[in-house]
Ligand binder design. Structure first.
Ligand code: ASP
Ligand code: MG
Length: 442
């Protein structure tokens, strides 16, 4: 059994869906196909929800109509025969009726989640209509019936496994299953989701639960690159990454893979392949437990970082000082990414500013607090790069003209992180591309 997940752009046009159908029927291995919403749909649904939350029904109605028109166009090219055009029409009718009904219901967080779920429901059901037109035998598994999260929004892998196995057993002879990414059921029994980009997470959770042979993440780029291809000229795909390297890269800005999707695959040792729907023969990136290749693999950057420095002479020779500081962040459920300390000061970074004012107020009890906004973490990732002195030397040689605000080295053997001002991010990535990989703009 293998898992194949297709992202929003991979199902973003009728022709792409046709291509996905070719890819999933290319071999006879039993598989579960996980689909995202058609690209742009989740954003529009969020927009509709936002209008509703503000009581702007006209605005919401307009967005719903626009979305419906785009889907009308979509199904027109997706299927050919009138019987299947009707079937696709039925799918649209069901989901757009729902969206029109909610205009009359008062807004709630639960309703918001129901709205967001429509994207993946539409994409999987329309895809199913196309497969049926092509005479491809398959079953649609509703994610809501097996993908569950607990009160802390954590997926319940044991439960997912039991439910999935039960459902699969029900369809003894079937070889092809289609399901929704992103959508799940929460502890209250309501429809919920695994957060933005969560379809990758769905795929790896399913792969882990079923101990699949592999988890293929099909996207619109041929694997993870050594640097951000949207920002830097001349990047190359990375053929192999260990789980640890991939986790660091995914977390620190490589947008290809949802960061949380690494742990289930790592824990159950399921190889993850990043592949390109538009270029299926390209090698892509294999993420596995193999850690044979050494050296720097890639750099990535994460924006929207805030650095907080707490300076206090009370820290001098004191113990328990860091704990007190960390407790403030814990209290406001704000994760810390980077930390550096000197004898009288500690700097930390966060990427969630929601509780920042309250955090600052409490930290001021301990000392002088300085806040730097609009920072970026640039991470250099590779196997054992911390033990080869060469990498650090190259990093600093490449960045002699850059103001580096923080450096984190040795926290993990696979990561060197720098904090720089956001406006220098692209320049830093470019200079590292030259200095670490010898790649120059083409
Ligand atoms: N459709 C969801 C999103 O856009 C989930 C996903 O595509 O992974 O965030
Ligand atoms: Mg994605």
């Amino acid at each position: 059994m293998k898992i194949m997940k297709f992202g929003g752009t991979s199902v973003g046009q009728p022709q792409r869906m046709h291509q996905v159908a070719n890819l999933i029927t290319a071999d006879k291995e039993e598989k579960i196909v996980v689909l995202s919403a058609v690209s742009g749909t989740t954003n529009t649904l969020i927009d509709i929800s936002l209008h509703l939350s503000r009581g702007d029904k006209t605005g919401a109605q307009q967005k719903i109509n626009e979305l419906e028109n785009s889907y009308q166009q979509f199904i027109y090219e997706l299927v050919k025969t009138s019987a299947f055009k009707n079937a696709a029409q039925e799918v649209l009718k069901e989901h757009f009726e729902f969206l029109n009904i909610i205009l009359k219901i008062s807004y709630s967080e639960a309703l918001n989640k129901d709205i967001l779920a429509q994207g993946e429901l539409l994409s999987t059901k329309l895809f199913s209509v196309y497969l049926s037109e092509q005479d491809v035998q398959h079953v649609v598994l509703p994610a809501i019936e097996f993908m569950t999260i607990d009160v802390d929004d954590e997926p319940q892998i044991g439960n997912i496994k039991v439910r999935l196995l039960q459902m699969l057993q029900q369809y003894g002879q079937e070889k092809l299953f289609i399901t929704q990414g992103f959508i799940c059921r929460n502890a209250k029994g309501e429809v919920d989701n695994l957060k933005r980009g969560g379809s990758d997470y769905s795929a790896s959770l399913i792969a882990a639960a079923l101990e699949a042979s592999s988890c293929e993440i099909w996207t619109d780029i041929s694997g993870m690159h050594n640097n951000d291809p949207r920002l830097v000229d001349h990047t190359l795909p990375v053929e192999q990454l260990s789980f640890d390297e991939a986790a660091e890269l995914a977390y620190f800005g490589a947008k290809i893979l949802h960061p949380a999707s690494i742990w289930p695959a790592q824990q159950y040792n399921i190889p993850v392949k990043i592949l390109n729907t538009m270029e299926p023969q390209a090698k892509g990136t294999l993420i596995s437990e193999d850690i044979s290749s050494k050296g720097v693999k890639a750099v990535a950057a994460k924006d929207g970082i805030t650095a907080i420095k707490i300076k206090s002479s009370r820290m001098l020779l004191a113990y328990g000082f860091l704990r007190k500081i960390f407790e403030v962040f814990e209290k406001y459920r704000t994760p810390i990414d980077m930390i550096t300390t000197s004898e009288v000061a500690v700097s930390v970074t966060i990427d969630n500013e929601i509780a920042l004012d309250k955090i600052i107020k409490e930290l001021e009890v301990f000392g002088i607090v300085d806040v730097d906004r609009e920072q970026a973490i640039v991470s250099i990732v590779g196997n054992e790069i911390v033990s080869d002195t060469d990498t650090l030397k190259k990093v600093f040689n490449s960045l002699s003209n850059i103001d580096v605000r923080m450096v984190s080295y040795g926290g993990s053997a696979h990561n060197i992180s720098l904090l720089v001002s956001s406006h220098q991010k692209v320049q830093v990535l470019q200079q590292l591309n030259n200095g670490l990989f010898g790649l120059w703009p083409t």
